[in-house]
Design a protein around this ligand. Structure first.
Ligand SMILES: Cc1cc2nc3c(=O)[nH]c(=O)nc-3n(C[C@H](O)[C@H](O)[C@H](O)COP(=O)(O)O)c2cc1C
Length: 436
C-alpha cells in the first residue's frame, strides 16, 4: 500500500475501556469496542436479494450500543451460496434496498460493514449442485454426503472471483455501508485456498504458504482499490482450522503479518471449519458455553506478542465466547484485543453492549439450551438446531418482535422454523456437531 504514510495512527490507548472510541488506520472511528459479529440472517428473498427485514433488523442493532456492526456473509455470486437465505450482491439491481439497509444500520454513528464471501465447496448440494474449489477434493467427514463434489477452478475463474469481491465491495460503499469485511475463515473459499488439505494446486495459487495466501491477498488488494484508502477493510480469519494438516496457527500468524503490512484496518480472529471443528457450540447450553470461555484467547495473546514491537499495527478483534463484562474488560486490558466480537449474545440480548456499558453483566449472559427434548433428534440434527434457532430469533427481531428465549424444547421450534423457511434441504447441517 503506497499511501501508508498518509494513513492514520491507530490509537492503542492502554488500557482501553469498552466505551472508548477506536480510530482505524483508514481514519474512520468506531465509537466503542463492541463489534456485532457477522451472522447469516437467512432473510434473503428470491434470487438471494436483500429485503425490508434486513433493514428492520439492522435498525434494531444500530441501537444496541455496538460501535461496529458486521452483516451476515453476503455472497459475491448468487449461484454460489453458502447457506439458505444468504444475500448475494453482484450488481446494482438492489441498490435501493441496500441503501435503506445501510442507512438503518449506520444510524446513531455505528459503523456498518458488509461481510463479503464466496463459499467454494462449502455450499450444500440442495442449493448448489455445482460447487467450485481450489482443488477437486470433496468435503470430508460424516456430513460429506450433503455436499456435491467440487470442480477445480481455472486461473481465469480465480481472477474473475477476485473481481467479484471488488465489485461487491464497491457496491457496498456506494450503497452507504461504511466498511467491508472479507471472510477468510470458517472453511469457505478463501480458507480453502489457505488450507493445505483443500488446496492441492501446483500453480501459483497452491503449494507454499505464499502461494496459498495469494488468492486472499489479491482479494484484499482488489477490495482496497475498489473502496479507496479512507474506508475500513477488515478480514475475518481462522486462528487455525483445528484439523490435522489444515491451516495452522503458525501459518495464520504469518498471513496476518502480511495483511497487516498491506494496510488492512482490522483483523477479526475466529477458527474452525464446517468439515472439522465448528466455531459454534451445539446444544450444550449455558453450562457448556461457559466452560469453554473466550475462544482463541491463546492465539490472540500470541498475535499481541508479535505486534508488541512499538510499531503501528492493524486493530485486532477477537470473536467468540464473550458473555460477561469482566471477560471483555480483561481482553482489552491485557492487550489481547482492541475490539470484542459478539455473535449470539446480540440475538438473545439485543441491547447487550448498552447494558454492559451501563454496568450490567458482571455475571455472564446465559445462552439458552437448544434441545428438542428427544435425545435421538438432538443427535440427528445437532449441526442444524443451534444455527436454526438463532436464525429464527433474528427473524423475530427483523419484524420488530423481541427474542423468545423461554419455553421448553427450543429445538422443536428451531426444526419447525428450518423446515418452514428453507424446506427439507434445511436439515442438511451447516456446522458440524460436537467438537470444540
Ligand atoms: C446463526 C449464526 C450465523 C453465523 N453466520 C456467520 C457468517 O455469516 N459469517 C461469519 O463470519 N460467522 C458467522 N457466524 C459465527 C459468528 O460470527 C461468531 O464467530 C460465532 O457465533 C462465535 O461468537 P459468539 O460466541 O459470540 O456467538 C454465525 C453464527 C451464528 C450463530
Amino acid at each position: 500500500m503506497g499511501a501508508m504514510n498518509a494513513r492514520h495512527d491507530i490509537q492503542h490507548i492502554a488500557p482501553a475501556s469498552l466505551a472508548s472510541p477506536l480510530v482505524l488506520r483508514c481514519g474512520a472511528t468506531a465509537r466503542n469496542r463492541f463489534l456485532k459479529a457477522p451472522m447469516n440472517e437467512a432473510l434473503a428473498g428470491p434470487e438471494a436479494r436483500p429485503t425490508a427485514e434486513h433493514v428492520t433488523l439492522y435498525r434494531r442493532w444500530a441501537d444496541s450500543g455496538c460501535g461496529i456492526l458486521v452483516t451476515g456473509n453476503v455472497m459475491v455470486d448468487r449461484n454460489q451460496l453458502g447457506e439458505p437465505g444468504n444475500v448475494a450482491v453482484e450488481d446494482e439491481r438492489d441498490l435501493p434496498t441496500l441503501r435503506a439497509w445501510a442507512k438503518a444500520g449506520a444510524a446513531n454513528g455505528a459503523q456498518l460493514w458488509m461481510q463479503i464471501n464466496h463459499p467454494g465447496k462449502q455450499s450444500p448440494a440442495t442449493i448448489n449442485p455445482h460447487p467450485v474449489a481450489p482443488s477437486a477434493t470433496g468435503t470430508s467427514g460424516e456430513y460429506s454426503r450433503f455436499f456435491a463434489s467440487p470442480r477445480e477452478l481455472s486461473v481465469d475463474e480465480i481472477h474473475a472471483i477476485v473481481r467479484r469481491f471488488a465489485t461487491t465491495a464497491a457496491i457496498a460503499r456506494k450503497a452507504g455501508f461504511t466498511g467491508v469485511e472479507i471472510h477468510a475463515a470458517h472453511g469457505y473459499l478463501i480458507n480453502q485456498f489457505l488450507s493445505p488439505l483443500d488446496n492441492r494446486r501446483a500453480d501459483e495459487y497452491g503449494g507454499s504458504l505464499d502461494n496459498r495466501m495469494r488468492f486472499l491477498t489479491e482479494v484484499v488488494e482488489a477490495a482496497r482499490e475498489a473502496v479507496g484508502e479512507d474506508f475500513p477493510v477488515a478480514v475475518k480469519i481462522n486462528s487455525s482450522d483445528g484439523i490435522d494438516g489444515g491451516f495452522s496457527e503458525e501459518e495464520s500468524l504469518k498471513v496476518i503479518a502480511r495483511l497487516d503490512a498491506m494496510g488492512v484496518d482490522l483483523i477479526d480472529i475466529s477458527g474452525g471449519t464446517m468439515a472439522g471443528k465448528p466455531v459454534i457450540q451445539t446444544n450444550g447450553g449455558a453450562a457448556e458455553d461457559q466452560t469453554r470461555g473466550v475462544y482463541f484467547a491463546g492465539f490472540a495473546t500470541k498475535l499481541r506478542a508479535l505486534f508488541d514491537d512499538g510499531k503501528e499495527h492493524m486493530a485486532v478483534a477477537l470473536t467468540g465466547g464473550f458473555r460477561s463484562a469482566p471477560d471483555m474488560r480483561r481482553a482489552l486490558e491485557s492487550g489481547m484485543a482492541d475490539v470484542v466480537g459478539l455473535g449470539r449474545p446480540l440475538v438473545v440480548a439485543p441491547n447487550f453492549p448498552k447494558q454492559v456499558m451501563a454496568g450490567g453483566f458482571e455475571r455472564p449472559l446465559r445462552l439458552p439450551r437448544v434441545s428438542t427434548g428427544v435425545r435421538a433428534l438432538d443427535r440427528a440434527f445437532n449441526g442444524v438446531l443451534v444455527i436454526s434457532w438463532y436464525e429464527s430469533q433474528m427473524h423475530r427481531l427483523a419484524v420488530g418482535k423481541a427474542p423468545k428465549t423461554d419455553g421448553r424444547h427450543l429445538g422443536i421450534m428451531a426444526l419447525a422454523f428450518a423446515l418452514r423457511k428453507h424446506g427439507p434441504g434445511a436439515l442438511a447441517p451447516r456446522r458440524r456437531k460436537g467438537h470444540r
